[in-house]
Design a binder for this molecule. Structure first.
Ligand code: FAD
Length: 396
């Protein structure tokens, strides 16, 4: 039988991980990435249990472990330093759901590129259009622009992993638009400071969420997600960040204070408010932010993108490689992935409502009082349902 072919649109986290899964299932893979340099910018990430399980499913778990820093989620406090939810310290428990691996995005990217080794990566290739084809008939066709000229190729499967502003999603699902979250986010990787140890603590203040996690022995990643109008320039970002957190706990002030101007980046945060009716269309499967761009309040965007990617390999590529029907395999993927990721996106919105959305003193006081009477074990259990995910078995 001829080797099956896949074109992956986008060489980000989802795209490279999907390429790794497809290659492992015996497919010939081309990744089209619009950026010339293909160096991941951005700061850090916290890989949770489910994301690590996905990485292990494409044989990248050990590398990411080694490249990152093991931390654990200590809980959530308010900006006056009072704990709202304190998660029991389960360090040393191999089954703990609180465990996270802080990692620099660039290192995660390198690990994924290595895992996708045999895939052909074309950089500077901007995809313009996709003809979705028919799983039982015509192949899919992808058109892209590279070095000033148009190119096109046919494939058995197209994986749309082109991120939040996805060209492919916009073409196939024009009604599913992005909306501004009402918030922007500072992010920075700074030299390690004693203010951040192996605990990953989230802090909620007026209209703001702050978090910091170690991503190596030498580095700490922090983010501050806060209300701000879209597309609004700030003259001196670092001075504004220092002012913003001036009355927050001392450790937060010191982390922001230790930041150099060139380490600080800021990005307005958008999300998909109208969920996609399906993650598959013809021979196209949509994954990662392209399918379910969610708010960052549960830290699940990249983790669910990794889940999607390993499922492309295990639920579509591997079964089809051993004779399964492509439309059946794509339907099973959609049934498995859409409810889960859309529920997590929904929970991210709910988390935001009790976190960074609250701007007034009374609304925060009300929230704090309600959270203090909630049993922490129940809250932690609800979160752990997301984290318990494991990749489907390989059909080989
Ligand atoms: C402030 C903030 C903090 C976050 N923190 C976390 C966290 O702690 N944990 C977590 O799990 N998630 C987090 N996320 C979410 C996470 O960053 C995203 O969910 C993740 O990067 C999505 O990966 P992706 O591969 O789908 O998209 P991307 O990483 O955006 O990759 C898409 C790729 O496609 C390429 N591309 C786009 N269009 C085209 C085209 N037409 N042709 C060719 N290539 C194209 C792009 O250049 C890019 O390389 C956070 C997000 C924000 C905003």
């Amino acid at each position: 039988m001829d080797q099956r072919t896949a074109i992956v649109v986008g060489g980000g986290i989802a795209g490279l991980a999907a390429a790794a899964g497809l290659v492992r299932a015996g497919w010939r893979v081309t990744v089209l990435e619009q950026r010339q340099d293909h160096v991941e910018v951005g700061a850090g990430l916290a890989i949770t249990r489910n994301g690590m399980a996905a990485l292990e499913g494409i044989c990248a778990g050990t590398t990411v472990h080694a490249a990152g820093y093991q931390a654990f989620v200590a809980g959530t406090r308010n900006y006056r330093g009072r704990w709202l939810l304190r998660i029991p310290d389960t360090r040393g428990d191999p089954d703990s759901m609180n465990w996270v691996c802080g990692v620099h995005r660039r290192r995660l990217h390198q690990a994924l590129a290595t895992a996708a080794g045999e895939a052909e990566l074309l950089t500077g290739a901007q995809v313009r259009a996709v003809e979705a084809g028919d799983p039982a008939g015509a192949a899919a066709r992808v058109t892209w622009r590279k070095d000033g000229s148009e190119h096109a190729a046919w494939a058995d499967l197209v994986v749309a992993a082109d991120g939040i502003g996805s060209t492919v999603r916009t073409q196939l699902f024009p009604d599913c638009r992005l909306a501004y979250s009402g918030k922007t986010s500072w992010r920075a990787v700074i030299s390690a400071t004693n203010d951040v140890d192996e605990r990953f603590t989230i802090t909620w203040g007026p209209g703001t969420e702050f978090g910091a996690v170690r991503i190596s022995h030498r580095e700490v990643y922090w983010y501050g997600y806060f209300h701000y109008p879209a597309d609004t320039a700030i003259h001196d970002e670092l001075a504004a960040a220092r002012r913003h957190f001036a009355r927050w706990p001392l450790d937060v002030q010191r982390v922001v204070g230790a930041t150099e101007p060139e380490q600080l980046i800021r990005q307005d945060v958008y999300h998909l408010t109208v969920p996609l009716p399906t993650y598959t269309h013809g021979r196209v499967v949509v994954i990662g932010d392209a399918a379910h761009a969610m708010l960052p309040t549960m830290g699940q965007g990249a983790n669910t993108a990794l889940e999607d990617a390993v499922c492309v390999g295990r639920m579509i590529a591997a079964p089809v490689h051993v004779g399964a029907d492509l439309s059946d395999a794509m339907a099973r993927f959609d049934q498995a992935r859409r409810p889960r990721t859309q529920a997590i996106a929904q929970r991210s919105r709910l988390t935001e409502r009790v976190g960074a959305d609250l701007r007034t003193r009374w609304s925060q006081a009300l929230r704090d009082a309600a959270m203090r009477i909630m049993p922490p074990a129940a809250t932690a259990k609800a979160g752990s349902q997301v984290l318990r995910w494991r990749p489907p078995p390989n059909p080989h």
